[in-house]
Design a protein around this ligand. Structure first.
Ligand SMILES: [Ca+2]
Length: 426
């Protein structure tokens, strides 16, 4: 335990030196000099699923949010960045019983974990956090009423005349595992930094090949569509110093890597022909070399593939895809066979988000996505996550009534010589 305190004290000393050159990361919180609590009240919303979230009037009342307020002053932050939100009914300057806030929430990934590694590229699977699937968004009322806060945009153009349908979309199919935690060179376990490849993996492959199936429904047969691309990373071998081999093959294409002892292998290659994929699944076969003891772990497998404009047989209520850039300005998408009850399309552009209007009924919807020569990520959904669905949790960042929902600025709490970051498990 003493060693632990020594390490933590060292970290604090080190970080106080570093802090002089770089920000603390709390600059988004409205603190005043010499004040131990934030000027504004902040409410934490936990997010562990990608999708649209809605906060209602009654959610705010239940969290004892300061009422009444001017909804134009609402701000939402995530990882220190203000988010583009929609506030229904804000125009009248009053947040009324039927008004609500909507935002796009993204579950936790490796964004914060990357700082634990010697090099952010040492993270094997950037989609997955080592510690938790849950991240936090913070809702507050900007105390400066003269600032225009960030709001979601709306693309309302439904004049399809003169447009030809986009030939295909681009989609990703992805699988990852949390079967086994692998720390690369176990002799470095006392090192506070994370080593290359340290993270969660599938159980090891020793000798028999392993096949991973990735669903790729509605693979486009457009002759101009790009080939399905396979990306994967493995950690493998054994600490015997022997040369090890891992080979990956998929629908007529393959790649392999040799390494000594333990090794990270990263593969990214196209298959030989989209027509080689049948039955709606891409097969990826991992084959270890022979003659030595192998323990090869797969981090993730991803297929990026051209998807037709039909969503036949797909029932997910959250479909993320990329609309290829169209130099003529907007991309016309007449989507078919959609099984969603009330589909909505949202577009990401930089850090902004827009809701895109659509025409049509039943299983067909038509829309214009403003691409202007750049690929744009969009998602199609019919579900809004609410407290009624058990998917919104909102709570003050501080419960103490004297400084309710206010962050603490430890810099101005002059009652201690040390700040010890610990956990009851230690
Ligand atoms: Ca209103």
């Amino acid at each position: 335990m003493k060693q632990l305190y020594a390490i933590i004290s060292f970290l604090i000393l080190t970080s106080s030196v570093v802090a002089q050159q770089q920000p603390y990361g709390n600059e988004w919180i409205n603190f005043s000099t010499n004040q131990p609590y934030s000027n504004q009240q902040y409410f934490r919303i936990k997010v562990w699923k990608d999708g649209m979230y809605r906060i209602t009037y009654s959610d705010l009342v239940a969290a004892v949010f300061p009422m009444p307020f001017n909804p134009k002053q609402l701000q939402l932050f995530h990882l220190g960045e203000e988010q583009f939100i929609h506030v229904e009914g804000e125009a009248d300057g009053s947040f009324d019983v039927t008004d609500y806030i909507e935002f796009f929430g993204k579950k936790n990934d490796s964004e914060l974990d990357q700082r634990l590694y010697k090099n952010p590229d040492f993270v094997p699977n950037k989609e997955l956090s080592l510690f938790s699937d849950t991240t936090a968004y913070f809702l507050t009322i900007n105390s400066n009423p003269f600032i225009v806060n960030k709001r979601m945009g709306f693309e309302t153009d439904l004049n399809f005349i003169g447009y030809t349908p986009a030939p295909f979309l681009m989609k990703e199919s992805y699988v990852s595992w949390m079967d086994e935690y692998v720390a690369f060179k176990l002799i470095d376990i006392l090192d506070s930094e994370y080593d290359e490849g340290e993270g969660w993996y599938r159980g090891p492959i020793s000798s028999a090949p392993v096949t991973v199936q990735l669903p790729v429904p509605n693979l486009s047969n457009d002759p101009n569509a790009p080939l399905l691309q396979i990306a994967t990373a493995t950690m493998g071998g054994n600490n015997t110093g022997n040369t090890h081999t891992i080979s990956v093959s998929s629908h007529g294409a393959s790649a392999s890597n040799n390494f000594i002892g333990f090794g990270i292998s990263k593969f990214d290659f196209p298959i030989s022909s989209n027509s080689a994929v049948t039955g709606g699944n891409a097969s990826v076969v991992f084959t270890p070399g022979t003659g030595v003891v192998n323990r090869t772990h797969i981090s993730y497998v991803k297929a990026t593939y051209p998807h037709s404009l039909s969503f036949s047989g797909e029932s997910s209520n959250f479909n993320e895809f990329t609309v290829p850039g169209n130099a003529s300005s907007k991309s016309y998408l007449p989507l078919t066979n959609i099984s969603l009850q009330d589909p909505k399309l949202y577009l990401f552009s930089g850090d902004t988000i827009k809701k895109v209007s659509m025409a049509g009924t039943g299983s067909g919807r038509q829309m214009l996505v403003p691409t202007y020569g750049n690929d744009k990520k969009v998602f199609l959904t019919d579900t809004v996550y609410t407290s009624a669905l058990g998917l919104i949790s909102i709570e003050p960042v501080r419960q103490d009534p004297a400084n309710y929902a206010r962050f603490t600025n430890f810099q101005y709490i002059n009652q201690a010589d040390y700040l010890i970051v610990t956990n009851k498990r230690l």
